[in-house]
Design a protein. Structure first.
Length: 126
């Protein structure tokens, strides 16, 4: 049976070093959510990715994501797909050591339902 990792909203993945890549449509969604034009949003909250092939969210001085607010995500309803997809649709060797998501065996139908929910709302991750 497939294993689905249930996010515990520990926010560890919002504090890791690295980058949250942004697609154009995600920038538009985030800007609208913040009540900003896309240009204003880009100026205030993004930086050029190290490979210079697009934009990523800025970090806070301690390296956390710019949208980590207390123990949650300040843009939860519109957070980027990269955030929504971890750890079920992408992860890395040993991620279980630093991510507190709980693995649950579910049947194929339930797995598909949960993946669809991630795709739609991001509700399975902080
Ligand atoms: S956008 Fe939200 S979920 Fe994604 S890394 Fe930033 S705080 Fe975490
Ligand atoms: S995906 Fe993992 S590391 Fe990120 S908030 Fe959920 S439990 Fe924590």
């Amino acid at each position: 049976m497939p294993v689905f990792f249930e996010c515990q909203r520990c926010t560890a993945c919002c504090r890791w070093p690295g980058q949250v890549r942004l697609a154009d449509e995600e920038i538009a969604r985030l800007a609208a959510f913040k009540g900003l034009s896309e240009f204003e949003f880009i100026q205030q909250f993004t930086r050029v990715r190290p490979d210079r092939r697009g934009l990523a969210l800025m970090d806070q001085p301690d390296g956390a994501c710019i949208f980590l607010a207390g123990e949650g995500c300040a843009v939860q309803p519109v957070k980027p797909q990269q955030c929504r997809d971890f750890p079920n649709l992408w992860n890395f060797p040993g991620f279980e050591k630093v991510c507190h998501a709980i693995p649950r065996e579910v049947d194929d139908v339930e797995y598909a339902r949960r993946i669809a929910r991630i795709r739609l709302t991001g509700s399975a991750k902080a």
